[in-house]
Design a protein around this ligand. Structure first.
Ligand SMILES: C[S@@+](CC[C@H](N)C(=O)[O-])C[C@H]1O[C@@H](n2cnc3c(N)ncnc32)[C@H](O)[C@@H]1O
Length: 440
């Protein structure tokens, strides 16, 4: 890897880095995020615009991998090594998604394949597929799609239905957008008038074009932060006035929900066990300047000095609701981790439930499509803890929208096709669990 990253121009560096990030997913089970931190990959040496181009390429390849693989497999004439598979996915993305010219694709990928030990003898195969890409696949106007891998597809069809799952695939096929949460004090009106985008409410703005966030109005003065629409809903729709309430945000980093709580005047303690993620949160706090107590600690070791009126618990989960944005996740066997995650979520819920004042509320949320982590986890908790009951979200027009489902005994399910008109959102689940006071 070291050798092929030396002495390369910008385009070559982007391709090489993207290739190794993708190869790491399929060959070593390493997530794209982890890969970017590997010294040997030299991702950090790319300029910020090259990083953006590399990320875009990696995202597109991974989003459409299963679709592209089905094309490759249909015309396969023998065994294809994982290294060649990754190169073919990159080349087909250039052809079918990015509309790169034939001469450029042929030259770029032939040279690159020759520079790699494991693909240099596969030039004929590579060229065969590139020709197919131009002669057949792009002529038939095939539009690559996001597809769920087999195990995940079966699990989701079992929990929803095929029609809903196909709708999710359609939403995840689109490039991910960037959502901003705009803080309370900002006069919303025409705040983002110079940008192309859309809003679902005054605290939310979605860019429909690429922008440099650091150069965007309000970045330095801390008037917004990046947070997906669905991730903002558990706090936004809570039937609670947070002002001057003692609130604990368990598993807080990188901080979107803490910032919402602080913005609404909560007296906030936020904990997380990851130093790295907390550092990211601190960078944002430097801009946003909210006053909150940030503690790096494992929830299973944390001993609160007081009880809390509200506890927000956003525990680790399979994150399958975010596959549109993090398409590598489905190749890292998320369902294999499900049992362990369920156990952690259950133990966190049990532990936090002992830190609530009477009539206090736990806001539980997961960015997962798996009902085990959402509806079933909460049903189980409610069966065991009779003093807790579910509370509905705030009244509002969201209640009647497609993809927003309130389930009387099971919480709120956000499907990725919620707000389909502006491109949908991430899959999410949340619930408000109120502890009845002893006198009630
Ligand atoms: C889904 S993320 C939280 C996202 C965050 N609530 C937000 O809105 O930005 C889950 C977090 O749980 C943290 N975490 C996992 N296990 C933990 C533990 N035992 N104690 C504290 N934090 C933990 C992870 O470091 C990660 O930051």
């Amino acid at each position: 890897m070291e050798k092929s990253l030396n002495n390369k121009n910008s385009q070559d560096k982007i391709l090489t880095t993207a290739y190794f990030i993708i190869l790491n997913v399929f060959k070593k089970n390493i997530s794209t995020r982890e890969s970017k931190g590997l010294k040997a990959l030299k991702y950090s040496t790319l300029s910020s615009s090259d990083k953006a181009k590399c990320n875009d390429l990696v995202q597109k390849v991974l989003r459409f991998t299963l679709f592209l693989d089905s094309l490759i497999n249909e015309r396969k004439k023998g065994r294809i090594r994982v290294e060649l598979f990754c190169l073919l996915r990159l080349a087909l993305t250039d052809i079918l998604v990015r509309g790169v010219k034939k001469e450029t694709v042929l030259k770029k990928y032939s040279e690159f394949a020759l520079s790699l030990e494991r693909t240099k003898h596969s030039i004929d195969q590579l060229r065969y597929y590139i020709h197919l890409g131009f002669s057949e696949w792009n002529k038939s106007a095939l539009k690559p799609l996001f597809l769920f891998e087999k195990k995940l597809l079966e699990a989701l069809v079992g929990q929803y239905n095929l029609k809903s799952v196909k709708r999710i695939e359609k939403i995840f096929s689109k490039s991910p957008y960037v959502d901003l949460y705009i803080r309370n004090r900002v006069k919303k009106g025409q705040y983002f008038e110079q940008f192309k985008g859309s809003s679902t409410d005054p605290s939310h703005f979605r860019f429909s074009q690429n922008v440099s966030l650091m150069k965007t109005k309000g970045y330095i003065s801390g008037e917004w932060w990046v947070q997906s629409l669905s991730a903002s809903l558990p706090v936004k729709l809570a039937p609670i006035d947070f002002k001057e309430k003692y609130v604990l945000d368990v598993c807080c980093a990188p901080g979107g929900k803490s910032f919402q709580l602080a913005d609404q005047g909560a007296i906030l303690t936020s904990i997380d066990k990851s130093k790295k993620r907390l550092n990211l949160m601190k960078e944002n706090l430097d801009r946003l300047k909210y006053d909150l107590d940030l503690i790096c600690v494992d929830v299973f070791e944390y001993k609160p000095k007081k009880m809390f009126d509200i506890i927000l618990l956003d525990p680790p989960c399979t994150a399958t609701g975010t596959l549109g944005k993090n398409p590598d996740l489905q190749f890292l066997k998320p369902l294999d981790k499900l049992e362990d995650l369920l156990d952690t979520q259950k133990k966190m819920l049990e532990r936090c439930s002992g830190w609530l004042t009477d009539n206090g509320v736990i806001i539980y949320s997961v960015c997962s499509l798996q009902k085990e982590e959402g509806e079933n986890q909460i049903s189980r908790f409610l069966k065991k803890h009779k003093r807790f009951s579910l509370v509905d979200p705030k009244e509002g027009c969201h209640l009647y929208k497609d993809g927003f489902e309130i389930q009387k005994t099971r919480g709120i399910r956000i499907m990725p096709f919620f707000e389909e008109g502006i491109g949908g959102t991430e899959g999410f689940y949340f619930a408000y669990l109120q502890l009845k006071g002893n006198g009630n």
